[in-house]
Design a protein around this ligand. Structure first.
Ligand SMILES: [Ca+2]
Ligand SMILES: [Ca+2]
Ligand SMILES: [Ca+2]
Ligand SMILES: [Ca+2]
Length: 667
């Protein structure tokens, strides 16, 4: 696969000149590139200036160093300590007490397997950006389980590489592989997979790519010399070109696997390492990438040409190369000054030798990640190191402000706060505190004190050289200084109660009380009298059960109205027009009531439970919400037949056995 970076590098000085001449000023709705790498602590990035880092060799990141000076970086950015909770926090702007993603293996059960992220907080990065008029694309790693149903999350287009040896639902963009209409995702047999890793020889899934109108879920085959991070960038730039042609602002959620341990495609022992990347060289202010190649030997192994040794530093350097690619291309297109670039990572480094950060709840090892923001077209943008505290729940409201999206006045889900007023110099304060967790471990801090997951309090008034070795409050001498910090502790400690729900309320909200188990809530039967769910008391053709589901009145034949009942509509958004099934449902139903759309197209019967796309939910004033289920056969309207919606009653949940992290650690 040829990458045009060599040519770009040679043209770099010229491109800079052209960019300066033709660049567009910051528009009302700037483009946003949000890059979130995998498993890399803030301390690994040279611009943080940490005295310690992982894996020996120090990365060199000339591009990030430059952007951290010309843009800014946040000294204390917290994610969750592990992938899924972080990613759901990022997508929904909520902590686990709301979204119930407490750990990779504990993500709030519902009647199926997990509590979908879009059920826990209906306004996501995806549908927020879409409703703000942006063309949006999600690229690379998904990993939010059934919450990762890309359409339900509001993304119209995606490029994923699941990188798993089996079709585990956690890596499937549709969540439930046996219950979606796309044969591609039905298999769970590893032999049907030809990818070897997240990196070289990846499996690429193109979702709703316009080059494949009859295959909205296109499976792209690759060879061993193909490198996923490069293929992803090609798809990103293709998307940007299309968005510009359509005169839409664009939002790219780019979640590279770079930083994560993986199998090495060339190693028959399949050791888990940071596999080498294509060789890149920084030269005359730009990168030159060399074409990587695996050459098979007689003994079955491979010789590697233009591929680096294994190691975290090479992954970080490749991220630096990708950021250079973004800046260079945007400059070439005259879009750089009209774009905000944000770089972060989902949790601390997973270091097999010392196990530095991932999953740890001591000090801020698990959750301290980088945050670099580059917005060259924004007047008054702050520069360099920013000694503030922010966390992943701030990203959604920040992007909403950049994109001029207004949350509904009654929207109460947001745990974070927009960074934009601070970043643009309108205030010198951001938040009173930030928060992180894993299972029952609770972490909280401000600029003076921090509590880790074991309940130890630290003096963080002065930055630790390694961002980790802070003095404990207990170790400080008695006196005025300590008293000031104890007062800060006393302010933060009571805040934990509202988040500390792991032992008492860790799962998806229970369905409404229903003593006789017929699926119709007690309050409804108290209001209208006990009823047979299958009967149609008022003779309007809607069963009593569906009267309840769609917010009707079982005694009034005029209700529910046509808009409340399922009906086919055409929807248009930033990326095109689609056919969808629209209906209303009571807000209180929650995730346990299971909606399935059945139909047939091209003579093939299909059932969806993984393609329900919720538009931004807005109160309709009657305790109902509108659901829009995209029918992915939008290019096949004439072929679409026998469309019907069925609603399943809640299934009794299995009791969960809690695993206590702190007890396991012997504390
Ligand atoms: Ca991760
Ligand atoms: Ca009932
Ligand atoms: Ca009826
Ligand atoms: Ca009725």
């Amino acid at each position: 696969m040829k990458i045009p970076s060599v040519a770009l590098s040679a043209l770099f000085p010229l491109i800079l000149g052209l960019g300066a001449m033709h660049s567009r000023a910051m528009s009302e709705r700037p483009n946003v590139i949000l890059i979130v790498a995998d498993d890399i602590s803030a301390r690994e990035f040279p611009f943080y200036g940490s005295s310690k880092w992982s894996d020996g060799r120090r990365a060199r990141t000339p591009m990030m160093d430059r952007l951290a000076k010309e843009g800014c970086f946040v000294e204390t950015m917290w994610a969750a300590t592990i992938c899924k909770p972080s990613r759901v926090s990022l997508l929904t702007g909520t902590y686990a007490h709301q979204n119930k993603y407490w750990d990779n293996g504990h993500i709030g059960v519902d009647c199926r397997t997990t509590y979908s992220a879009y059920e826990s907080a209906p306004i996501t990065l995806g549908n927020m950006s879409r409703d703000a008029g942006y063309a949006n694309l999600w690229v690379s790693k998904n990993h939010v389980s059934s919450g990762g149903d890309v359409l339900s999350m509001g993304f119209n287009e995606a490029v994923f590489n699941p990188g798993e040896p089996a079709r585990h639902p956690a890596w499937n963009p549709f969540g439930t592989p046996d219950k979606n209409p796309y044969p591609l995702f039905r298999t769970s047999d590893p032999k049907d997979w030809d990818h070897e890793s997240f990196f070289f020889w990846p499996e690429m899934q193109l979702i709703n790519h316009p080059d494949h109108p009859s295959e909205p879920f296109k499976f792209e085959k690759t060879k061993i010399n193909d490198y996923a991070p490069d293929l992803e960038m090609q798809h990103v730039f293709n998307f940007i070109d299309r968005s510009r042609t359509a005169e839409k602002p664009f939002f790219v959620l780019h979640t590279p696997h770079l930083g994560h341990l993986a199998k090495d495609s060339s190693d028959p022992e399949f050791k888990t390492v940071w596999p080498g990347t294509p060789v890149i060289e920084w030269k005359d202010g730009g990168y030159v990438r060399k074409e990587p190649k695996f050459i098979k030997r007689a003994d079955g192994g491979y010789d590697k040409v233009n591929i680096t040794p294994n190691g975290l530093a090479y992954h970080i350097e490749y991220l630096d190369y990708q950021i250079w690619q973004y800046v260079t291309r945007l400059e070439e297109l005259g879009e750089l000054e009209n774009t905000v670039i944000i770089f972060s990572a989902d949790n601390g480094t997973q270091d097999n030798a010392g196990r530095y950060g991932k999953g740890k709840v001591i000090s801020q090892q698990g959750q301290h990640v980088p945050l670099l923001i580059y917005a060259p077209g924004v007047n008054g943008f702050v520069k360099g190191r920013q000694a503030i505290c922010s966390d992943f729940t701030d990203i959604l409201p920040t992007l909403a402000e950049i994109m001029h999206f207004e949350f509904p006045a009654d929207y109460e889900k947001l745990d974070g706060k927009s960074l934009w007023p601070y970043l643009t110099g309108k205030t010198d304060q951001h938040r009173d505190y930030i928060y992180s967790m894993r299972l029952e471990a609770q972490m909280i801090r401000n600029n003076k004190v921090m509590r880790d997951g074991y309940g130890t309090w630290y003096d963080v008034n002065k930055r630790a050289g390694d961002y980790n070795s802070f003095a404990t409050l207990d170790s400080l001498p008695e006196g005025e200084y300590k008293n000031v910090l104890l007062a800060e502790k006393a302010k933060l400690e009571p805040e934990l109660a509202k988040y500390n729900l792991y032992d008492v309320d860790s799962e998806a909200p229970l369905p409404p009380a229903d003593a006789d188990g017929d699926g119709i809530a007690d309050w409804f039967e108290e209001k209208f009298g006990r009823m047979d769910p299958d009967a149609d008391d008022d003779g309007d053709g809607v069963s009593n059960y569906l009267e309840y589901i769609h917010g009707g009145d079982p005694s009034d034949p005029e209700l529910p109205g046509e808009q409340q009942l399922p009906h086919v509509i055409e929807i248009a958004d930033a990326q095109g027009e689609y056919l969808a099934l629209e209906f209303e449902r009571l807000k209180e139903l929650g995730p346990d009531y299971w909606f399935v759309i059945e139909g047939s197209s091209d003579g093939m019967e299909w059932t969806t439970d993984g393609v329900v796309q919720q538009h931004t939910v807005r109160s309709l004033g009657k305790q109902t919400e509108r659901v829009i289920a995209r029918i992915a056969a939008d290019k096949h309207r004439a072929l679409l037949k026998e469309l019907r919606l069925t609603v399943h009653k809640p299934i009794k949940r299995k009791p969960r056995k809690f695993v206590h992290l702190l007890k396991k650690a012997g504390k």
